[in-house]
Design a protein. Structure first.
Length: 587
């Protein structure tokens, strides 16, 4: 494509501006646009996430160590793509940004627990980091497994780009976890300035504020649950309005050469979306005068009555000055010629004879519109074909339009199958880890509600489900489940020692800050993608940011109330044990 543009450049002065259009042009510019936008914005995304981590921790060495883990995990994952000879595409280009989220989440929880250690511990950095990693290893491992499962579920897709994204990202997530518990603490253990802060920390978020916030949640719990139910209903109504639609030209800015070229060619010359129409039958039926006249009338009526149809390409018909279609050769002469001479050389692509049947191919060129418009055109044309052609003649409608429709079906199947599988796997992992059905059930609402809000927002704002947005739910589930796992793990641990109010206050005091940091990092980092001129990238970043923001509200407002109202018991704990613990605490 590049060589063609180069060859045409010297002729620009002779015949003016030229336009290139077609499937190859779109493919080239989709790859170029995704590569350019992601290559230019991905470093900014990672930088924004690292900046949020620094502002929250004031540890630039920790940020540098996390950035190194991100680079190693990203290079390793992209190296796997190259090793298995998989082509880079729009979806795989998002892998570094996704791994940045996972790495910062893991590192942030380790660092937060490290800072909370008493500063009076023996001045042995290795012992400090051993304590921090031991305290966070189990929940972080479960987070890594659930996140990897969320992405690996995309491997069930029949669309290779989606499948590759899921499998290679899942591998990168597991490597990121391994590096966060080996390389990350090893690098920071060599720095004497990175020390626990313990009670000397002057963080605004302290125990007294955590208790006050817990009391406020207790007083407003019913209102919070009612408000969450209202939000869920509104989101569900939006999901019902969600459209499965793609308009490939809308992926590009209006002034981009691809939509400009398409509009110029379709306005002045021909349509660029081919609809293939194959008619077959024995010579006596297919080449009969009645069949040929019905064939011509069918195409004439379609051109006249269908606004999207632009031109018919057929070896039997050609347009006349009056706009009607005329036979190149009268049907009776065509029958005699085929019977005596066979199919002329060079026409095998349009007319074929096999086992006593003739196969006639015709192309209907249409203007390029959305997949829904193409689907409607295909269905109307099929109805015309069934009504027009006589018995004994078969007809099939195929081509780019039908492929586009089948692609939409695959997109929807991918969304439903991957999301459902990820949800099931994550539920099983949580059930196995905590040995509690209540814990597995509790993990569902705070993860489903943010994703439902995002899909509902797409429905209410008219953002369709297409190749740019189809993986958002699966990816978002893999990202937002981490904080929920940490909450459940800490809640089970605290509830085994304390009453529900004190346990919840301790959970919020321990986790509110790292959860807020990681959620803000995701929202800000992916929010950078929303400014990409390439619309698939912009939609992807915007929707992930919205999901992260909704997940933050769910984790810090809705989920604590849900935990307090449900009061799950830690495995092996007894009411008597709780009572004696509370008595000791009060004493």
């Amino acid at each position: 494509m590049q060589s063609l543009e180069t060859a045409l450049q010297p002729w620009r002065g002779r015949f003016g501006h030229f336009h290139l259009a077609g499937a190859d042009v779109i493919t080239r510019d989709l790859d170029t646009g995704s590569k350019d936008s992601l290559a230019s914005l991905a470093p900014l995304v990672i930088a924004a996430m690292c900046l949020v981590l620094y502002l929250a921790t004031r540890e630039w060495r920790a940020v540098a160590a996390a950035a190194l883990v991100i680079v190693i995990a990203s290079l390793w994952s992209i190296g796997l793509v190259a090793h298995f000879a998989r082509p880079m595409n729009l979806m795989l280009a998002t892998v570094p940004a996704i791994l940045a989220v996972v790495t910062i989440t893991q590192a942030n929880h380790i660092l937060s627990r490290f800072h909370a250690l008493p500063s009076s511990n023996p001045a042995n950095p290795a012992a400090w980091w051993s304590a921090a990693t031991s305290a966070t290893f189990r929940p972080n491992l479960l987070c890594a497994l659930t996140t990897a499962a969320g992405f690996a579920s995309l491997g069930l897709s029949r669309m290779p780009p989606v499948r590759d994204l899921g499998l290679f990202t899942a591998a990168g997530v597991l490597l990121s976890f391994a590096l966060c518990f080996t390389l990350f603490p090893a690098l920071l253990a060599t720095s004497p300035s990175v020390r626990p802060r313990g009670s000397q920390s002057r963080s605004w978020w302290n125990e007294s504020r955590a208790k006050a916030y817990t009391a406020w949640l207790g007083r407003r719990g019913s209102w919070i649950l009612a408000g969450s139910a209202v939000v869920a209903i509104i989101a569900a109504a939006g999901v019902l309005r969600l459209r499965t639609e793609s308009h490939i030209l809308e992926f590009f800015p209006n002034a981009h050469p691809v939509p400009t070229g398409y509009r110029a060619v379709e306005r002045h010359l021909i349509g660029m979306t081919p609809l293939e129409f194959v008619v077959d039958g024995p010579a006596s039926a297919l080449l009969a005068d009645s069949t040929m006249q019905a064939y011509r009338k069918l195409l004439e009526d379609t051109l006249r009555e269908e606004p999207l149809s632009r031109q018919v390409i057929s070896i039997l018909l050609e347009p006349s000055r009056s706009g009607k279609l005329e036979f190149v050769v009268p049907p009776e002469e065509l029958r005699e010629a085929l019977a005596s001479e066979g199919i002329p050389q060079g026409l095998e692509a349009f007319l074929r004879h096999e086992d006593g049947r003739y196969f006639l191919r015709t192309t209907l060129l249409a203007s390029t519109e959305s997949s829904n418009a193409c689907h409607a055109l295909v269905e109307r044309f099929r109805s015309r074909v069934e009504a027009a052609l006589p018995p004994g003649v078969n007809a099939r409608v195929t081509g780019a339009s039908t492929l586009l429709i089948e692609g939409q079906v695959l997109l929807l199947e991918t969304q439903i199958r991957s999301f459902g599988t990820a949800l099931a796997i994550i539920g099983v992992l949580i059930l196995a880890a905590f040995r509690s059905f209540s814990a597995a059930l509790l993990a569902l609402p705070p993860n489903l509600l943010p994703i439902g809000c995002t899909l509902g927002l797409m429905g209410w704002t008219g953002i369709p489900l297409n190749t740019a947005t189809v993986t958002v739910a699966g990816i978002a589930l893999g990202l937002v489940v981490d904080d929920t796992v940490h909450f459940i793990h800490e809640w089970v641990h605290q509830r085994a020692r304390l009453g529900p109010d004190d346990a919840l206050a301790n959970v919020l005091h321990t986790l509110a800050r790292p959860v807020a940091t990681t959620s803000v990092a995701v929202a800000v980092g992916f929010g950078v993608f929303a400014f990409a001129p390439f619309r698939p990238t912009a939609y992807f970043g915007l929707l992930i940011s919205v999901t992260a923001a909704a997940a933050l509200v769910c984790d810090l407002v809705f989920f604590p109330v849900l935990l307090r109202r449900s009061e799950p018991k830690a495995p092996g704990a007894s009411p008597a044990g709780h009572a004696s613990t509370r008595e000791n605490c009060s004493t």
